[in-house]
Design a protein around this ligand. Structure first.
Ligand SMILES: Cc1ncc(COP(=O)(O)O)c(C=O)c1O
Length: 392
């Protein structure tokens, strides 16, 4: 079937953070929300139909994930990512962030060090520091419009206290889909120093044409055993509100430790609707996802052309994956707070300000392009007219 991603859906009055909270958070009722990572598209139709029929049943008692659920996810990983996983390796948690926090608590001790690669998804520092672990920054390098890992800096920062790295692949916000060679190099360094690689692959299904995603753990058996992979249907199928994630842990001992931690927090069960939705999407979501990716790809081309033609001081860092685009606004010459106010007050668009992603994020902003083209165009027009007034 053909999905119409051009259709504009009113998301107000659904308790959506993106739409219903924007006025409160950004201080303006006329501001256009282009922030936070969810899409303004409806889910795959089979998911909606299954949820309706499950709701009509009317009884929502305790629900367990069946073998069929785990088979659907393993089938998805094999079909879309060519990695064969055993269903026994899969654990679940409400969200990836919950899992990351549990992983930090379970596999490191207070005051151990955990590495992240900023500018990066903004909750990462809190997950490390609020758990009383020391944060180590291995900033990415921007080389002619493309971000790269700095292996020399990484090696220089490793000491016996460093126990873990949280890898973001594909990388939010800079949009890199790390190549196999890049991951191999990172993995070798971590293996040599006995550093657990926690690979946050929340966006692993959202890959643009011409790029190929490599699951870190799929590279080799030692990498699989020395890592934990966090994935979810949330970004892929736009169901973050259903609070489901799949955590792949091939190593038996690590799996037992993670399972024990989940049990201690009574997090092993999950929401009836989340299970139904995720399984249906993994079985029947390919067609929707392929069309969604094509649409988002066209949105990216539209944004790139528009900015090149009408907002010259802003440079697009071309994402290889995700529906988030990292914009280099440094030529506007504003400090981080001025840039934040500029987009809010002059352009009236709600974006994710770059400085929130940590070191190297100042002067940048992140825009979410998973919306109907008309909405994207409206946001870009607002940005263009504000920039024109600024540079005059
Ligand atoms: C890289 C990354 N990890 C995790 C999350 C959040 O995942 P969850 O909602 O499953 O906790 C996001 C959401 O934007 C993300 O971009």
């Amino acid at each position: 079937m053909h999905y119409d991603f051009d259709q504009v859906h009113n998301r107000f009055h659904t308790d959506s953070i993106k739409w219903d909270r924007t006025e409160k958070l950004f201080g303006d009722k006329d501001i256009l929300p282009m922030w936070i990572a969810d899409m303004d598209f409806r889910c795959p139709l089979p998911v909606i139909e299954r949820l309706i029929s499950r709701a009509e049943h009317g009884i929502f008692g305790y629900t367990a994930r069946s073998d069929s659920y785990f088979e659907s996810f393993a089938g998805w990983v094999k079909r879309r990512h060519h990695w064969e996983i055993k269903k026994e390796w899969i654990r679940c948690s409400p969200g990836i962030l919950t899992a990351l926090s549990i992983i930090v608590q379970t596999f490191t001790e207070p005051e151990d060090k955990v590495i992240i690669q900023p500018p990066v998804y903004h909750p990462f520092p809190g997950i490390v520091q609020k758990n009383n672990r020391e944060l180590v920054l291995n900033p990415l390098m921007l080389n002619i419009g493309r971000y790269e890992m700095d292996y020399d800096d990484l090696i220089g920062k490793i000491d016996p206290k460093v126990k873990m790295i949280i890898l973001c692949n594909p990388h939010n916000p800079v949009g890199r889909v790390w190549t196999k060679a890049e991951l191999e190099r990172l993995g070798q360094i971590c293996a040599e120093h006995d550093i657990l690689v926690v690979s946050d692959e929340a966006h692993f299904d959202l890959i643009h044409n011409g790029h190929r995603h490599t699951l870190f753990a799929s590279i080799s058996e030692p990498f699989a055993l020395g890592s934990i992979t966090c994935t979810a249907p949330s970004k892929t199928f736009n169901m973050a509100g259903l609070q489901m994630s799949n955590i792949i842990i091939p190593d038996q001992q690590k799996r037992a430790m993670f399972t024990k931690a989940l049990d201690m927090l009574h997090l092993s069960l999950s929401n009836t609707f989340g299970i139904v939705a995720a399984e249906t999407a993994y079985r029947h979501g390919d067609e929707w996802l392929d069309q969604c990716l094509a649409y988002v790809g066209d949105n990216l081309a539209f944004l790139t052309d528009f900015i090149e033609a009408h907002i010259k001081p802003i440079k697009v860092i071309q994402p290889e994956g995700t529906y988030l685009v990292w914009l280099d606004c440094r030529e506007l010459g504003m400090d981080a707070k001025t840039l934040e106010q500029f987009f809010r007050k002059q352009a009236k668009v709600a974006l994710d300000e770059g400085y929130k992603f940590g070191k190297g994020g100042e002067g940048f902003t992140r825009v979410n392009i998973a919306c109907p083209r008309s909405v994207l165009e409206e946001g870009l027009q607002r940005m263009a007219s504000a920039v024109h007034k600024w540079v005059q």
